[in-house]
Design a protein around this ligand. Structure first.
Ligand code: ADP
Ligand code: MG
Length: 326
């Protein structure tokens, strides 16, 4: 707990009859990206709002950089930057004016605000649009400004609530780069997302949320390995060869289930890299040369389905939904 940036135990939050959080626990190490992954209504925003001291939990405890979220909200607010749904930016102010205003609200020294705003506009590739009102920005630009706004006061902890929802592929990729850089500079990021790919790409650890519970908390690699297996599939020239290949592999590879189906030979294993090498070597020793090869790692989609019984959203929409958040 001493080294954790965020520590949460037994958080419960009720909205009248809806129990949004049913007792969640997690811990985020300093200098890492932690992903809260879950579908709409899972409780991601509620969790972030409690940690950001915007909302009070009904039960449980939470600490941010050692400060109690309920007892020391002001100390917590000094440590955090929040970007996400319903962010506090004004569409009629320019990008530069928005950042300066937020700097003032965060009580950044006035001598610093000007420089900091320009630095962020530059980092987020918004310098050309700096003096245009925010309402003229594209969805991607607006989202970048929103993340920039969370960084004006250089907070050690950054909350990003669905930072890329509704963005086109290019804007998402750009924002991923920015988020990775934040952590390279020593920040800690708590990120929520509905996109498996995003959590997989960015997060050191992923907590899968569903209906107010955390149903898994692991590294992406471990989450995938829970589900098991790498599938290695080789296509042979004809069925006689694939039957022969199966026979050879049954006798020579050290792990996995092997079968053939038509011209395909399939190995299902949790030691993918090792078994792939063994398979290629033993087929080669018999002069068997596959004409096709595919190696499929389990996806987080598969994991989600296994854990929650529902399909998560596996890829981002390819069109931007405009600047607003839903
Ligand atoms: P997510 O961000 O994962 O989509 P939320 O934390 O926004 O989920 O919501 C979790 C649950 O709590 C949902 O069922 C939602 O309808 C409910 N909820 C969230 N905020 C409120 C609120 N202010 N009043 C009533 N219900 C709410
Ligand atoms: Mg939300």
């Amino acid at each position: 707990m001493a080294d954790s940036a965020i520590w949460v135990e037994g958080l419960v939050k009720r909205f009248k009859s809806v129990v949004a959080l049913k007792g969640i626990d997690f811990e985020v190490q300093k200098g890492t990206i932690f992903g809260l992954l879950g579908p709409n209504g899972a409780g991601k925003t509620t969790t972030i709002r409690i940690l950001a001291t915007v909302l009070r939990a009904d039960e449980g405890q939470a600490r941010v950089m050692g400060h109690d979220v309920f007892e020391e909200p002001f100390a917590v607010r000094c440590q955090i930057g929040l970007a996400g749904q319903n962010a506090a930016v004004d569409p009629n102010l320019t990008g530069r004016e928005n950042l300066r205003m937020i700097g003032k609200l965060a009580q950044v020294a006035s001598s610093e605000i000007r420089r900091r705003a320009d630095e962020l506009l530059d980092t987020f590739d918004l310098m050309d649009a700096a003096d245009r009102p925010l309402r003229t920005y594209s969805g991607g630009m607006r989202r970048r400004l929103d993340v920039a706004a969370a960084l004006v006061s250089r907070p050690p902890i950054i909350f990003l609530d669905e930072p890329t929802t509704g963005l086109d592929v290019q804007s998402r990729t750009e924002l991923w780069g920015v988020i990775r850089n934040l952590v390279a500079d020593g920040s800690t990021v708590l990120l929520t997302t509905q996109y498996l790919e995003e959590a997989d790409q960015l997060a050191d650890r992923i907590a899968v949320m569903d209906l107010g519970r955390i149903v898994a908390n692991d590294t992406a690699a471990l989450l995938k390995s829970r589900l098991g297996n790498t599938v290695i599939e080789m296509e042979m020239e004809n069925e006689a060869q694939s039957a022969w290949a199966e026979d050879v592999l049954q006798k020579t590879v050290a792990d996995g289930q092997i079968e053939h189906e038509g011209v395909l030979v399939r190995i299902n294993t949790d030691k993918g890299p090792l078994i792939l090498i063994q398979a290629i070597r033993s087929l080669d020793a018999w002069g068997l040369v596959p004409i096709g090869l595919s190696v499929r790692e389990p996806s987080l989609d598969d994991v989600f389905l296994t854990l929650t019984g529902t399909q998560a959203i596996s890829s981002a929409p390819t069109t931007a939904l405009g600047g607003g958040y839903s």
